[in-house]
Unconditional design. Sequence first.
Length: 440
Amino acid sequence: MHLLYSILLGIAAIALLPYFAWQAVVKRKYLKNLRERLGRLPYALQADQRPAIWLHAVSVGEARTSAPLLAELRAALPDYRLIVSTTTATGQEVARSRSDLCDGVCYFPFDWRFAVKRSLDRIRPRLVILMESELWPNFLDECRRRNIPTLVANGRISDRSFARSQRFKPFVRWLFGHPTRFAMQSETDAERARLLGAPRERVAVCGNIKYDVRYPSNVRTGKDSVQELLGRLSSGSAPLIVAGSTCEGEEEILIAALRAVREDSNLANVGMLIAPRHPERFDSVARFLSESGLRLLRRSAFKGESDADPHFDVLLLDSIGELARLYVYSAVVFVGGSLVPKGGHNVLEPASVGRPIVVGPHMENFRDIANDFLKRDAMVQLHSAPPDVLTRSLVEAFKLLLTDGQSARRLGDNARAAVEANRGATDRHVKLVLELLEKA
């Protein structure tokens, strides 16, 4: 099976070579990390006398989620080196911004045997932790050959992934037989892992580490221009809707909803902050917002030179790593990836600061969190409907939460209570790590 997989991987790489070459030349992507993806990791990651744990976090979400786990591992295993890898450039930025939690950051190798061997030779980990469900056959097999235990941490299997996996059962069963242990978020995720081929005795339910991430409740420094701006707005009479992690197709609905909300004379001064999920969309979203006729301010263009507030209807947050700090200034939060079928995004950031949250019908990637929040009356979820009906529902939800302070406070307080009630997954993961290290 490994030989067949490697052959197919090579064929796919050759077929996609023109696309990657075009991306590299035109958009300058992949060139900076190509050396590391081929296993040529920095010499600074060279193994020394200290044992190492290698944690892989694919992108931004996993890199942020790994923070409490890294902090607890640092406390429990002070003599270990902690190395973090990511696949995306944005994930790399997040990981490097938390250098206090690890001893080195690099890119994860392509799943070619030679690249995997080079990377493992450089780091020589005692244990590998794979955040969520990032399984690569050659990497896992090489770890097995070297007697390096592998732990799938904070594991989840979405409805879409589970359905797709059912079509490739022989390969998926073979793949899920590789990891040493699975620490899944919920019993549903655990049962799906077993059905996909994970041996029953290797699967445990440890909860969702995302609940343990400590998001900032108030981080106004007095030096950050955008925080100064939003701080002045939130202390006045200009309520702000923060739309975080938006995806293609959502900005049009959000702007239509904003226009409808502002038709109410009592809400004519409502503003909106839009934070696209993917940085490559910043410019296209800016063009759309400029053409909408609304006054647009790009975060990258605001330097805070003037004492007076710049006038804007929509603030485009075209930066990375700032969104979690800015939820505290919102009157209402919309979490993106949920109006279109993208599976939704993390509602725990705004929930941790007690903000009322609205999401669309698509929250499949956060199924258990969404269900728990709905049971606790901790957020508003819209029902599936055509775009025009969805827009009207969004307008109604925004208007209610902007004008009914009691409902908004209840929703926000329930959201914060839901976060607090579900903490503790990190401790359970650390116990599994210590158990694996002891056996190794």
